[in-house]
Design a protein around this ligand. Structure first.
Ligand code: FMN
Length: 193
């Protein structure tokens, strides 16, 4: 078997499929589904989203210089896809999905109440790359749903929210744990014979 050589394209998968909220006031609120997103720095906490200028959300994010990344779950999968195929030009996405906008702490864009984690972002730089423009942003606050705090350990258990990911056109449910950070170098417990 040999490798097929394809022309350059977008093949880094799996990726998140997040719902990004924007808008400074309720009449402007919108939700756009984004997969071109990721963390780019730990300290200061920074991330990016890449958006096509033709999207309704593009001008809103550019004008206001802020947005919120809302993580998605199995329960939110339908709304995630819907917000990624319908435009705010024609639809009020909060009303039509039934998702609830709630105030953020540091930005005017709303959080999606039903999302387990909402990441408030302030745009630092816009890179006009080509088909997509990259909004490089500072993370200014994180909102984590109390429901997923383990009462015994106090740790946040994102896996309990049943996060989803996106891989080459398909949504997948995450969940089969196969290791934890550093497991490859952990010392094996000595066996008692
Ligand atoms: C899973 C998924 C991922 C997407 N990722 C992106 C993305 O990273 N950037 C982008 O500009 N559009 C992306 N889209 C397309 C937009 O979400 C879609 O065009 C949406 O209708 C735009 O909404 P708006 O016009 O209300 O802003 C994605 C769609 C889906 C379904």
């Amino acid at each position: 078997m040999s490798k097929l050589l394809w022309k350059p394209g977008t093949m880094i998968y799996p990726l998140p499929a997040v719902m990004v909220t924007c808008g400074a006031e309720p009449s402007e609120y919108n939700i756009i589904t984004i997969s071109w997103t990721g963390t780019i720095c730990t300290d200061p906490a920074m991330c990016y989203i890449s958006v096509r200028p033709s999207r309704h959300s593009y001008e809103i994010i550019k004008k206001n210089g802020e947005f919120v990344i809302n993580l998605t779950t199995k329960e939110l999968a339908y709304a995630t896809d819907w917000c990624g195929v319908k435009s705010g030009k024609k639809h009020n996405k909060f009303e039509e999905t039934g998702l609830t906008p709630v105030p953020a702490s540091k930005v005017k864009a709303p959080l999606i109440k039903e999302s387990p984690v909402n990441i408030e972002c302030i745009v630092k730089e816009v890179k006009e790359l080509g088909s997509h423009h990259m909004f490089i942003a500072d993370v200014v606050a994180i909102n984590a749903d109390e429901r997923y705090i383990d009462k015994k350990t106090g740790l946040f258990r994102l896996s309990d929210a049943e996060p989803i990911c996106y891989s080459h056109g398909i949504y997948y449910l995450t969940g089969n744990r196969i290791g934890k950070f550093g497991f490859s170098v952990e010392k094996k417990k000595k066996r008692k014979n």
